[in-house]
Design a protein around this ligand. Structure first.
Ligand code: THU
Length: 132
């Protein structure tokens, strides 16, 4: 799948963002090992800490449907800058991705940058540290 197509899915997901508190919309799309794509948006909560980021929504949807590997992840926001996954989301991505898995940070389907997981989360604590 082309990065552009994954970005379009993330843009579509962003429209569903539930953001009554921040009004900061984020969308994500995950490509899994068999080529399926799962979309996610941020879902906020009156108890702010219960908020779920777009990336984790997309990843949890994919894993809960039986997938086990992230092949690529695209993230989009509504800002003029690129939105990087937060620290918690980077850790969740690391559970299901490889060090060279592309994380695509996009403003739109034309303007994007690509980072690998190891670039945004070097020296990660992973299941290998638990000998799993
Ligand atoms: N947010 C995401 O969905 N993904 C990120 O990578 C950064 C932050 C959301 C959480 C919250 O709903 C809003 O953006 C402001 O922090």
């Amino acid at each position: 799948m082309e990065y552009k197509d994954l970005i379009l899915r993330a843009l579509k997901a962003k429209e569903k963002a539930y953001v009554p508190y921040s009004n900061f919309r984020v969308g994500a799309a995950v490509l899994t090992e068999d080529g399926s794509v799962y979309e996610g948006c941020n879902i906020e909560n009156a108890s702010y800490g219960a908020t779920n980021c777009a990336e984790r929504t997309a990843i949890f949807k994919a894993i809960s449907e039986g997938h086990c590997e992230i092949k690529a992840l695209a993230v989009v926001g509504d800002t003029s800058t690129y939105i990087y996954p937060c620290g918690i989301c980077r850790q969740v991505i690391a559970e299901f991705a490889k060090s060279d898995t592309p994380v695509i940070l996009a403003k739109n389907e034309e303007e994007y940058i690509v980072r690998t997981l190891v670039q945004i989360l070097p020296d990660a604590f992973t299941k290998r540290d638990l000998n799993k």
